[in-house]
Design a protein around this ligand. Sequence first.
Ligand code: NAD
Length: 492
Amino acid sequence: MKLPNFPDKPYQLKNFIGNEFIQASGAEFEIHSPHYGKVIGTGKQTTSSDLENMVSKAKQAQIAWGNTPIKERTIVLFNLREVLIRRCDEISEMVSLENGKTLTEARAGLMKGIEVLEFALSIQNLDTGAQMEVSRGVTCAYRREASGIVANITPFNFPAMVPMWTMPIALVLGNAYILKPSDKTPLTASLLAEAFQEAGLPSGLLAVAHGGVDTVNAIIDHPEISAVGFVGSTKIAQIVYERASKNGKKILALGGAKNHIILLPDADPEVSGVGISDSFTGCAGQRCMAASVLLAVGEVGDQIAKIKSRAESLVLGSDMGALISSEQVEFLKDAISKAEAAGAKIILDGRNVKAPENCQSGYWLGPTIIEISDQNSEVATKELFGPILTIYRCDSLSQALEIENKNPYGNACSVFTTSGGLAEEVIQKSKAGMVGINIGVPVPREPFSFGGIEASKFGQGDITGANSLLLWSHHKKITTKWQMQKDHNWMS
Ligand code: NAD
């Protein structure tokens, strides 16, 4: 088993500003390793005056960057791709250390971030604008312009991938960009900043502002920051969305999820066994796309047996990582115990797992499968964010769809079946923003955009792909006439 190395000395986290690493001046906070359950570093919160300094550097740098042709801006991203591939192991090790993921999962997250970068590289060719002669001698055209200074606030669960959902796209479009990473997993952001620096991004265009609530509020209240992306829990997404909207900013805030998987009796047991087990146990269930509720329609005993056998075979540390905090482990154990006390059957119990060697103080919970008879129970309706699959038996596909559609979230829904007709029915009738057919984690690959609906997303557009361009830029509309028109009409 390969776990990330415990650091020889604690990390001293610093902000990134004007191509330098500088200590913020606010209150101190600790950074933990979930595998080892120990402090691995400390950081300081970014105050309003720290932010002011970043914004003034960003403002100067953005003017020149915004006036640089996109083909030149793109060269930095080509360089960045090489740097990230070369430093992939180092970055993945840091993701794993501070987040608790396995090294394989950490690497996969970074690779997905690199895929977004590749989409950003292609914007220069995909987005050439539009021009049309709308009247004799009169043309209309779109010219894309950067939003200016933009910011992005990210969650703990993908320290490299979620920042990389937006950094390459926003920067290639000509913006200056401020990243506020999760204060639980902030260390990876320093490596990403180093990579951009190594790739030749001009000074001032990328800043990293560490901190929590106060730093986020300073960002969304700052009058010079014009657009904000947020990814995190629904409760905070809504707070940030409302505050940023009141301040007149463009804002897209992605929230939490409660994803359903519909398992039909004709599903291939191998495909569904692996797909569903890996969906709820991957990243220890700390993914907004993780399977959370299994709506088992009809006779699906063989398929459930396969899900269970794969989940119980996982080795903690190498196949499944740790949870983000001891509080989260306690919250999840409590949710399992409450369900059990209310009559749920615990089919697989992860509460008393053995931690990997040298990781006894870490934050561990094994894969857990619970079968409930009350579809409104907490484990079936509340986002748990851990390796727990709640099974509810349904009489029909219609009943399963009704349950899926009445949940307040709208991130992902998948169906496992061998029938194209039934799959199509789920595509048409499920309300989720992202639907999977025989895929446990239906994350769209670039250039297809990522985003849910309802309580999983506040704002317009999506966070990646073509649907994200209007968050980080706008179209200037230009109407041109160089000569007197011969035919006079209402435009003349
Ligand atoms: P979180 O909402 O606690 O934190 C997200 C960010 O908001 C962090 O940077 C944090 O420092 C900041 N923050 C925390 N409290 C705040 C407050 N009161 N005011 C302003 N900012 C605040 O989320 P998390 O625990 O880091 O991440 C897990 C959550 O993120 C889950 O709900 C998961 O579903 C969701 N998530 C969603 C997506 C998606 O694409 N929809 C992707 C990843 C994670």
